[in-house]
Design a protein around this ligand. Structure first.
Ligand code: ATP
Length: 294
């Protein structure tokens, strides 16, 4: 077996001799447009991995190749031990896919759609349980065209997990969700992870990546420019802190010392005291702007 541990970064993932996903040198062009330009990626079993990157960076193309929906031009790809290009029904039954926005099935009702999809698989989950899991119990008897945007997306997720997948692909799963629905969705995803499901998701919401992902990968112009735990991306954990207070601000490597000094100066409570660290979004935007390597 190929030794891939050298490609794995991040605290929770110490070894990945048999990763859920292993990609090296992946390339894909559409006519003269290079969409994926030599991507390497390893995702361990049980991990939530978030792919980040600007519009057109090559995320969906990469994910579609991993899902077996698109052929690659070059590179090695192994998903649950199989090349998705050669995959059979047995492999497909272990993989769940939530594509960008579908969620409409004409006159069919939510529970009818979920039951229908359950019949495609040898060992599906209980449709009523899945409908409850995605928060659509009250809409089970509603026709899908009457669902809101966020509810349609939940139905997509229900269909993605009805086969109890070992590995779940989520392409921009919470686009159009309100903040409460998004948090409920995160709970659902964490629950799946706690049940052992490996998850690869793409998202434009940095907060979502931070909340969910064990590791994030940043793709820009078809290349993976950084892979790290969200807290460590681009040296975030070692970046200077900015201490601010009423009437002052200071950038420092030792914010605790600064706060102690201020407390002494003010003789107690420091008015409007705050300690800021760069957010994942700050780091991401800088990385994309510079096209820099982490
Ligand atoms: P977004 O965040 O907007 O979903 P993405 O990172 O998923 O973007 P891709 O959809 O993989 O990006 O697209 C990568 C590049 O390949 C883009 O330049 C896009 O225009 C191009 N592309 C994608 N699909 C096709 C296609 N079917 N035919 C031709 N070009 C395509």
């Amino acid at each position: 077996m190929r030794n891939v541990s050298g490609l794995v970064y991040g605290a929770r993932v110490t070894a990945a001799a048999d990763p859920a996903i292993s990609v090296s040198g992946l390339r894909k062009s559409y006519k003269d447009k290079t969409a994926v330009d030599g991507v390497d990626l390893v995702v361990a079993h049980g991990e939530i991995f978030a792919l980040l990157g600007p519009n057109g960076a090559g995320k969906t193309t990469t994910v579609e190749i991993l899902e077996g929906f698109r052929k690659r031009d070059a590179g090695e790809v192994s998903v649950l031990g199989t090349d998705p290009q050669q995959a059979d029904g047995h492999w497909r039954a272990k993989v769940g896919v939530v594509l960008q926005g579908t969620g409409e099935f004409d006159e069919l009702k939510v529970d009818e759609v979920v039951r229908h999809f359950a019949r495609f698989y040898p060992d599906p989950a209980d449709p009523d349980e899945v409908i409850r899991q995605v928060g659509l119990a009250e809409k089970a008897g509603s026709r899908t065209h009457t669902l809101s945007g966020g509810q349609k997306r939940r139905l997509d997720v229900a269909l993605g997990i009805i086969n109890r997948p070992e590995l779940l692909f989520l392409d921009e799963p919470t686009t159009g969700f309100d903040p409460v629905a998004r948090r409920e969705f995160w709970e659902l995803i964490r629950g799946l992870r706690d049940g052992g499901t490996t998850i690869l998701l793409t998202t434009h919401y940095l907060e979502e990546a931070e909340e969910l992902a064990d590791r994030v990968g940043v793709i820009a112009a078809g290349r993976m420019i950084a892979v790290a735990a969200p807290a460590e991306l681009g040296g975030r954990n070692t970046a200077k802190a900015r201490v601010t207070w009423r009437g002052g601000s200071e950038e420092t490597d030792t914010p605790t010392a600064v706060v102690q000094r201020l407390a002494a100066e003010f003789g107690g409570e420091v008015p409007e005291l705050a300690v800021h660290r760069p957010t994942l979004e700050d780091i991401y935007l800088r990385m994309i702007a510079n096209g820099e390597k982490a």
